[in-house]
Design a protein around this ligand. Structure first.
Ligand code: ADP
Ligand code: MG
Length: 733
C-alpha cells in the first residue's frame, strides 16, 4: 500500500485512491475482470461484500438432503455434459440442456440447467461449487434444476479448509472471477493494511452507546469471520456506517437549505386565505387544519421551507397546498405548482381553477390597499401553450400579474422569470433534486429562496421517507374527509388480451351503476414503451367496448395523444354527467375528481405498481355512494399478483406502501431520488429500520453540536466521498 507500513490508520478516501492493480495477484487481466464488475479501487473491493457466508459446520451433506427442501451444499464437479433438447428454446433462449454430476464425498447429485449453454464451460470437472436449490428426485436420482451456483474456486484442497465460515462473493461467471479469487484479493488488501489499521471516523462515544465494534474489526469480520456471530456484529457496524453517511449528507443538506439561504417571512392568516376557505363547499378536516398550521409556521419563518406533505389518496392535499400558495399571493408573491407530466399539470390546473372559482384577491381597506378586489390569475404553462399566449403569460410572471402558475419542472427553467416566486408546490412522482433546488435560488425578490412544499402522490413508509426525503421536514396529513364510503376492491383473475373483453364479468355491474345514475372509469393497459401504442390500444379498448359489452352507453376516450382542447371537452362532459363511462389511460391518475363516478375497471392491473393502482383507485369513492374497483389481470408476474392481493385486502396507503417496499425492494425507491454512488450495499430499509432511525438521530446530534462537521473532518470527507459532484458542490456552498 502507498505510504508503506507506517502511518496513521487508513481512511476510506485513501482506499478510494488506491487502484486494485496494486494488489499482488491482480494483473492486467484480473484488473479488467474486476473493472467489469465495478471494482477499480481498493475501496470498491473492500465494500464488495460477500453475498452470503457458508457456515461449514452447518452445510448440508448430499447424503442427508431431503426431497423438496432447499439446501446449500458444497461439492466438486465430477462430470459435465450438454445436449440439445427437442422443441423450441423460445424467446431467443438456446434449447441446450447442461447436466453436471457433483459430489461432496457423501453422495452424488445431478444438477441440470436449461437454456444456459455457458454452464458447460463454467462447470469444468474439478471445480468447487456452492449450490443452493431444491432437491428433486428424478428417475431415482437426486437432482437440482437451475440451482444458484457460486464458484468457490478451483483449488479443492484449500476450499476444504474446515471449521471456517466461507464468504461467497457476488461474482460474474462471465468475466471469470471466482469467489475464491475475490476472497484472496480482499485478504491481500486486508493483510497489507494490518500494520496501519483502518481508520474509524465515528466518535467512540457513539460506538459505545450503540454497542458497535470498530471499523477495522468490522471490515475484517465481514470478509473473514471466524464464526457466524462475528459476521453478524461486523454487518451491524457497517450497516450503521452506510446509514449514518446518508443521514449526515441529508442533515447537512437540510442545514444548508435552512441556514444559509435567505427566505421569505410570509404573513399568514390573511383575508385571501380566509376567503378561499370560506368559499369551499366543505369545512377543513382536523388533519388539514393541522397540516396547514405546520406549513404556516414554516411560511412565517424567514428561513425557506422544505417540507414534505404525505397523505393518503383523497385526503385533500390539494386544498392544503393551495392554502400555502395563496399565502404567498397574499403578500404580493407568486405561487407555482409543478407536476411530473404535462397531462397531470393540465389536470391540476382544472381542479385548482375549480376550487378557486369566484375567489378574488382582497383590495381596499380590508387588505390595507388602495385598490379594489381583483380576480386571481391562475395560468397553465405547457409546451402546448401557443406562442402568443406563452409570451403574454411569461410577461405576466415577470411583472407579477400572474398569481399562480401550473406546469412541469420547466417552470423553474432559466428562461422563466418571476417577479417574486414565494411558494413552490411540487407534486412529486420523480425526483426533485439538488439541481432543482439550485434552480430555485434567486427566484424570490432580492435573491430570496421560495418556500417549497413537496406532495407525494402516495405515502411511503417512515424509514424510507427518512432516507429518501431526509432533507425535508415531514407533515403527515391524517384522516379522510368525513362521509367517504369504503371502496370494495375485487380482483378478477383473468388475463386481458387472451379473451374478448365482453367475456369479463365486470361489465354487468358497470351497466347497473350507470343505470342507477352513476359513472365509471375503464383504465386501459399500460404500455410504457410507447405513447403511440398506448393511445392505439386505448382506442381499440374503447371501440371494442362501445360496440360490445358497453353498447348503448355514452363512452368517452382520453389518452396522452388526445389534443388538449378535446381532452378538456371530454373531461368536462364527464364531469357534467354527459359521458357515462370514461375509457382512459393513466392520465386520470391525479387531478380527476368526479364524485358521481362509482366504478373503476383496471385492465391488465398486474402490470401497474401498487402506488399507481392505489392512486387510480382513489378516483372513485369520492362521493357518498358505495364504490367498486375491479382489478383485472393475471399471469404477468408473481409480484404482480402479490400487489393485487394487497390492494384487494387494504385501502390504507401507508400499509400498501410497506408492501410496496417489500415487493420492489428499496432500490427502486432510492433510485428515484439518489443518483451517483449508492452507498447502500448492506443496509436494507426494511430489515434495518431501527438502524435508520438511530443513524438519523446520531446525524442530527453531530450536526447540532458541530454544524459544518469541522471537528470531524474524516467523517465529512467520507460523506462527501459517496456524493455525486452536484451534491458535493451544493453542500460546500
Ligand atoms: P389528494 O390530492 O390528497 O388525493 P384531493 O386534494 O384531490 O386529495 O381531494 C380529494 C377530494 O376531497 C376532492 O374532491 C376535494 O375537493 C375533497 N375534499 C378536500 N378536502 C375536503 C374536506 N375537508 N371535506 C370534504 N371534501 C374534501
Ligand atoms: Mg418562509
Amino acid at each position: 500500500m502507498p505510504g508503506g507500513d507506517t502511518g496513521p490508520p487508513i481512511t476510506l478516501p485513501e482506499f478510494a485512491e488506491m487502484g486494485v492493480e496494486r494488489l499482488r495477484g491482480v494483473g492486467e487481466k484480473k484488473a479488467e475482470a474486476l473493472g467489469a464488475v465495478g471494482i477499480t479501487t481498493v475501496l470498491d473491493l473492500l465494500t464488495h461484500y460477500p453475498r452470503r457466508w457458508i457456515d461449514r459446520t452447518r452445510e448440508a451433506r448430499i447424503r442427508d438432503l431431503r426431497v423438496d427442501e432447499e439446501a446449500l451444499v458444497l461439492a466438486t464437479v465430477a462430470h459435465v455434459a450438454s445436449r440439445r433438447t427437442s422443441g423450441r428454446g423460445g424467446r431467443g433462449r438456446s434449447n441446450v440442456l447442461v447436466t453436471a454430476d457433483v459430489t461432496d464425498g457423501s453422495g452424488h447429485l445431478r444438477v441440470t440447467f436449461f437454456g444456459q449453454a455457458w454452464r458447460e464451460r463454467q462447470l469444468a470437472p474439478g471445480t468447487d461449487l456452492a449450490l443452493f436449490g431444491k432437491l428433486e428426485v428424478f428417475a431415482g436420482r437426486k437432482q437440482m434444476t437451475n440451482p444458484v451456483v457460486d464458484l468457490v474456486g478451483r483449488d479443492s484442497d484449500a476450499s476444504a479448509a474446515t471449521g471456517r465460515v466461507v464468504p461467497i462473493y457476488p461474482q460474474s461467471g462471465k468475466v471469470g472471477l471466482s469467489t475464491r479469487e475475490l476472497g484472496s484479493f480482499v485478504a491481500e488488501a486486508l493483510r497489507r493494511s494490518e500494520q496501519r489499521g483502518i481508520a474509524d471516523p465515528v466518535p467512540g462515544a457513539v460506538l459505545d452507546e450503540l454497542d458497535l465494534i470498530t471499523r477495522d474489526a468490522a471490515i475484517r469480520g465481514i470478509h473473514d469471520p471466524g464464526t457466524t456471530a462475528e459476521q453478524a456484529v461486523a454487518r451491524d457496524r457497517l450497516v450503521f456506517d452506510e446509514l449514518l453517511r446518508i443521514q449526515l449528507a441529508l442533515v447537512l443538506r437540510k442545514q444548508v437549505l435552512e441556514r444559509t439561504s435567505p427566505g421569505i417571512a410570509h404573513t399568514t392568516g390573511g383575508p385571501l386565505v380566509a376567503r378561499f376557505h370560506e368559499a369551499l363547499p366543505f369545512a377543513l378536516t382536523d388533519g388539514q387544519r393541522q397540516a396547514v398550521a405546520e406549513i404556516e409556521a414554516d411560511l412565517a419563518d424567514p428561513h425557506p421551507m422544505h417540507r414534505l406533505l404525505q397523505g393518503d389518496v383523497g385526503s385533500g392535499k390539494t386544498v392544503v397546498a393551495l392554502t400555502a400558495m395563496l399565502t404567498a399571493v397574499e403578500g404580493g408573491h407568486q405561487g407555482a405548482l409543478m407536476a411530473p407530466t404535462e397531462v397531470l399539470a393540465e389536470q391540476h390546473a382544472v381542479s385548482i381553477r375549480r376550487l378557486l372559482d369566484g375567489v378574488t384577491v382582497p383590495g381596499g381597506a380590508e387588505a390595507g390597499q388602495l385598490f379594489e378586489d381583483r380576480p386571481l390569475r391562475v395560468e397553465l404553462l405547457t409546451s402546448r401553450t401557443p406562442p402568443t399566449e406563452r409570451k403574454r403569460l411569461l410577461a405576466g410572471l415577470t411583472d407579477g400579474a400572474v398569481d399562480l402558475v401550473v406546469g412541469t419542472h420547466a417552470l423553474i427553467s432559466d428562461g422563466i422569470g418571476y417577479r417574486s416566486l414565494g411558494v413552490v408546490v411540487v407534486d412529486e412522482q420523480h425526483r426533485f433534486g439538488v439541481e432543482q433546488r439550485a434552480a430555485l435560488r434567486d427566484r424570490g425578490r432580492g435573491g430570496a429562496v421560495p418556500d417549497v412544499l413537496v406532495m407525494t402522490a402516495t405515502p411511503i413508509p417512515r424509514t424510507a421517507a427518512m432516507t429518501v426525503y431526509g432533507d425535508l421536514d415531514v407533515t403527515v396529513l391524517a384522516g379522510l374527509p368525513a362521509g367517504r364510503r369504503p371502496i370494495t376492491t375485487v380482483w378478477e383473475r383473468k388475463r386481458v388480451g387472451e379473451l374478448p373483453l365482453a367475456e369479463l364479468g365486470v361489465w354487468e355491474h358497470v351497466r347497473a351503476q350507470v343505470e342507477a345514475g352513476h359513472q365509471a372509469y375503464v383504465v386501459c393497459p399500460l404500455i410504457e414503451e410507447s405513447d403511440k401504442l398506448e393511445a392505439a390500444s386505448a382506442q381499440a379498448t374503447h371501440d371494442e367496448l362501445a360496440s360490445g359489452a358497453l353498447h348503448g352507453l355514452r363512452l368517452g376516450l382520453l389518452h396522452g395523444r388526445v389534443r388538449s382542447a378535446e381532452k378538456e371537452a371530454t373531461m368536462d362532459s364527464f364531469r357534467r354527467g354527459q359521458v357515462d363511462v370514461l375509457v382512459a389511460t393513466t392520465v386520470i391518475e391525479v387531478g380527476v375528481d368526479v364524485a358521481n363516478a362509482t366504478v373503476m375497471v383496471i385492465l391488465d392491473a398486474d402490470r401497474f405498481g401498487i402506488a399507481q393502482l392505489h392512486q387510480l383507485r382513489g378516483r372513485v369513492g369520492r362521493g357518498s355512494a358505495d364504490s367498486w374497483c375491479y382489478l383485472v389481470g393475471a399471469g404477468a408476474s408473481a409480484d404482480g399478483e402479490r400487489r393485487l392481493l394487497a390492494l384487494e385486502e387494504s385501502a390504507d396507503g401507508f400499509f400498501l406502501a410497506e408492501v410496496d417496499l417489500e415487493v420492489r425492494g428499496e432500490g427502486t425507491i432510492l433510485q428515484s431520488r439518489q443518483k451517483g454512488r449508492t452507498d447502500l450495499k448492506l443496509a436494507s430499509l426494511l430489515r434495518d429500520r431501527p438502524v435508520v432511525e438511530r443513524a438519523r438521530r446520531v446525524a442530527f446530534d453531530l450536526v447540532a453540536e458541530d454544524p459544518g462537521l469541522a471537528a470531524h473532518p474524516d467523517l465529512l470527507a467520507e460523506v462527501e466521498l459517496f456524493l455525486d459532484d452536484d451534491e458535493r458542490e451544493f453542500l460546500s456552498k
